[in-house]
Design a binder for this molecule. Structure first.
Ligand code: SF4
Ligand code: FE
Length: 511
């Protein structure tokens, strides 16, 4: 099957019948539900741009399994070039949608499972990797969007998964059968879940032997028997039903559209199980996934920054203060912050490496630094955007009041700016900045791909602090076991010995 277009992707979802609830109601079909249109359109962009010749290099890849052209969102990275193109793709899509386009979690899940199943097989002689390759082939052939489901509900976080009062706060194997496993449990905050064709699951944390049944990874169709979705609420989410002027980003919405996924006695055939009890590989799977996903944030969120920076500049111009020095200074601050995060994500891609499976992984230390910067800088550049936009972004009247003959005319006059700029355009732009800087996108930048504490743990683990201590001790003269030569190398030492000798000679001449 060739790569789908955006429209074909949306239509393809008609074939799936997931059990979805929102505001206490069963949703008849997600494709026809007005509340879900922005999420569908955001994800559809990942399909649509693959058909644009100018984006072909970034949006498509060559499958290492078939040699065929595929959408990059179904590709397993096989070189530094792939890693770099992936983050370029993220920034591009952020620029085109101004929101989360959701398909990256599945992409990172595919790559992380590919890497880890290879390593499990090396140790245990299992055949997870070959199974997974067969599944990947299906994903590529059908151009599927799988939702990556990692985070469990987690209950009492001081207790291990197997010690929880409610066993279903973590997804786990309940029964092992001849032809598959029965699983139950809950995954929370899953991006793009309701508009994905498939769900691929991964454990949410490092497991121990007692959590063996919680060490599970598999793939199932989104409408598999026993799977239920409850769609989350978001700040201002029903605004999208109130009219284009009120929505801010009417076509693509606020953020990815997260859902709780509840698994109740779901059967998964062995062919689609990629980890079943190998608790000693849960750290690798979690960290590999987290590394990939954290590196993305320097791409997608910087794409959003590009939109907000453009919108802030536009609004300052429309208000007649575009050339004011404090505005230029603020815009420059925003740009510098965004490009700092972009530099981070490029660095962790260029510093990537080949794993034993042949797939490439990013530099995990730099990926975690990227994401930690995002948890701070997104708030900061959005704060500056709000500053430039002014108080109007939280006090504007509704579209209905603008259309009301009693109040509309005077409101338009009040909210006009420079001569020639339609007041309704000013309102649209302010609503966009409101949507992006006040809405759910901010906590998403904080907690998506893991909270700051998780990044700090990884940074601390990989920082090589012992080496840094050693360096300081040596220079301070505390370490007696290392001399100058071991620090700078033999050639350097010879060079400096000569320099010192010359200095001594010169001193002798002076005295
Ligand atoms: Fe992709 Fe960014 Fe959304 Fe994560 S937050 S799914 S990386 S667009
Ligand atoms: Fe996210």
């Amino acid at each position: 099957m060739p790569m789908m277009t955006g429209r074909e992707y949306i239509e393809s979802l008609r074939a799936t019948k997931p059990e979805v609830y929102f505001l206490g109601q069963r949703i008849k079909h997600i494709v026809d539900e007005p509340m879900f249109q922005p999420h569908l359109h955001g994800a559809a962009m990942t399909y649509e741009l693959a058909h644009h010749p100018e984006y072909e290099q970034i949006m498509t890849a060559t499958s290492h399994l078939t040699g065929e052209k595929i959408n990059r969102f179904t590709h397993v990275h096989h070189g530094i070039d792939d890693l770099v193109k992936k983050v370029r793709m993220m920034r591009l899509l952020g620029q085109k949608t101004g929101t989360c386009f959701q398909r990256c979690v599945g992409l990172d899940g595919l790559n992380a499972i590919y890497v880890t199943t290879y390593d499990i097989d090396q140790k245990y002689g299992t055949d997870y990797h070959e199974r997974f390759k067969r599944y990947l082939l299906e994903v590529q052939k059908n151009d599927w969007m799988p939702a990556g489901a990692m985070t469990d509900a987690r209950g009492d976080r001081s207790l291990r998964p197997s010690k929880q009062k409610h066993p279903d706060v973590y997804l786990h194997i309940k029964e092992r059968l001849k032809d598959g496993v029965i699983v139950s449990g809950t995954k929370a905050h899953i991006t793009g879940a309701i508009n994905s064709h498939e769900i691929i699951t991964m454990p949410t944390r490092t497991m121990t032997e007692e959590d063996r049944d919680y060490s599970v990874s598999f793939a199932i169709p989104a409408d598999a028997k026993g799977v239920m979705f409850v769609f989350s609420r978001q700040t201002n989410d029903t605004r999208r039903l109130d009219g284009v002027l009120d929505a801010g980003n009417p076509k693509y919405g606020i953020v990815g559209g997260e859902a709780v996924i509840i698994f109740q006695n779901v059967f998964v055939p062995w062919e689609r199980v990629f980890m079943a009890g190998e608790y000693d590989f849960t750290t690798e799977l979690v960290e590999t996934f987290a590394g990939y996903h954290r590196s993305n944030y320097g791409g997608c969120k910087v794409g959003l920054a590009d939109v907000v920076i453009g919108g802030s500049s536009w609004i300052a111009e429309a208000h007649g203060i575009g050339k004011a020095s404090h505005i230029v200074d603020k815009l420059t601050e925003m740009i510098a912050m965004a490009e700092t995060c972009w530099s981070c994500t490029l660095a962790c891609s260029y510093e990537g490496y080949r794993t034993p499976s042949g797939a490439y992984h990013i530099n995990p230390l730099l990926a975690n630094v990227t994401k930690l910067n995002i948890t701070r800088m997104v708030y900061e550049w959005m704060r500056v955007g709000q500053d430039i936009a002014g108080g109007k972004i939280i006090t504007l009247p509704s579209e209905k009041d603008l259309n009301n003959p009693a109040s509309g005319k005077v409101l338009e006059e009040c909210f006009s700016g420079k001569d020639g700029v339609p007041p309704r355009d000013i309102i649209k732009m302010l609503r966009l900045i409101e949507n992006m800087s006040v809405g759910a996108g901010l906590p998403e930048a904080m907690h998506g791909a893991g909270s700051p504490a998780a990044q700090k743990i990884m940074i601390e683990r990989r920082s090589g602090i012992e080496k840094k201590i050693e360096l300081a001790e040596t220079i301070a003269g505390i370490r007696k076991d290392r001399d100058f030569e071991t620090i700078v190398g033999k050639d350097e030492k010879t060079h400096w010995d000569e320099v010192r000798k010359k200095i001594e000679e010169r001193r002798a001449q002076i005295h």
